[in-house]
Design a protein around this ligand. Structure first.
Ligand SMILES: [Zn+2]
Length: 225
């Protein structure tokens, strides 16, 4: 039976690396796949991992219809044994439904990889629909670590060194925008997410001479907003 599987986790938990490994393993068995991604850090139409590997992929725009793409592919006499979808958190709910239909009506395995929640701790639309529809959700076990060494479970957005919890859901990181603000992302444990304590803030706090030797005081919550 074909399956719709969602491999989910934080940033830096190795999702894209696993997507590439899965594609490699399938191709080694002479299986043919279609690979999709959206807003990859390396640019359009490429699926890349932080370890330096990459492969060509179809770029997913909001108006892309997965059902149409796969059916057209098959209609031209080409094979599709599996579909791999990276950055699936950014897909629309309708696109996730198209992927489910590909599994059910065409019998093709669809493996989606994506971040669970955004920098506000809210589910991305694609991730939400995948939780609702997937045959299986697999939380990736390569744990990303917070700066404190604890397992990182949350994605924080950092603007010019300061963690924010409000703003547009999708802003691609590591880019200086027109206004010269630097947007970055950092994975944190829940405790430090709740305290708005990213690594930069922690360094500043530890450099302050008058902090008491109690963890709670070292990690005082910086004022919001
Ligand atoms: Zn932490």
């Amino acid at each position: 039976m074909a399956e719709l599987v969602f491999f989910s986790g934080t940033m830096d938990c190795g999702k894209s690396t696993l997507a590439l490994q899965m594609d490699h393993n399938q191709r080694a068995r002479a299986r043919v796949g279609l690979i999709f991604t959206k807003l990859d850090r390396m640019g359009d139409s490429v699926l890349s991992s932080r370890l330096g590997l990459s492969t060509h992929a179809h770029e997913v725009g909001d108006d892309l219809d997965f059902w149409d793409v796969v059916v057209e592919h098959l209609t031209h006499g080409q094979r599709a044994d599996y579909v791999i979808c990276d950055e699936a958190q950014f897909y629309t709910a309708a696109q996730i439904e198209q992927l489910a239909r590909i599994v059910d009506e065409l019998g093709i395995d669809v493996n989606c990889f994506g971040i669970t929640a955004d920098f506000r701790t809210e589910l991305f639309p694609g991730s939400k629909r995948l939780f609702e529809l997937a045959d299986r959700v697999q939380v990736l076990q390569v744990a990303a670590l917070c700066w404190c060494g604890a397992r990182a479970t949350h994605n924080a957005r950092i603007i010019d060194g300061v963690m924010v919890v409000e703003g547009e859901q999708v802003v691609v990181g590591d880019t200086a925008s027109a206004s010269d603000t630097l947007v970055e992302y950092e994975v944190l444990c829940r405790r430090h997410y709740m305290r708005r304590m990213n690594s930069h803030a922690a360094r500043l706090a530890s450099a302050t001479p008058d902090v008491l030797p109690f963890d709670l005081d070292v990690c005082a919550v910086p004022p919001r907003g």
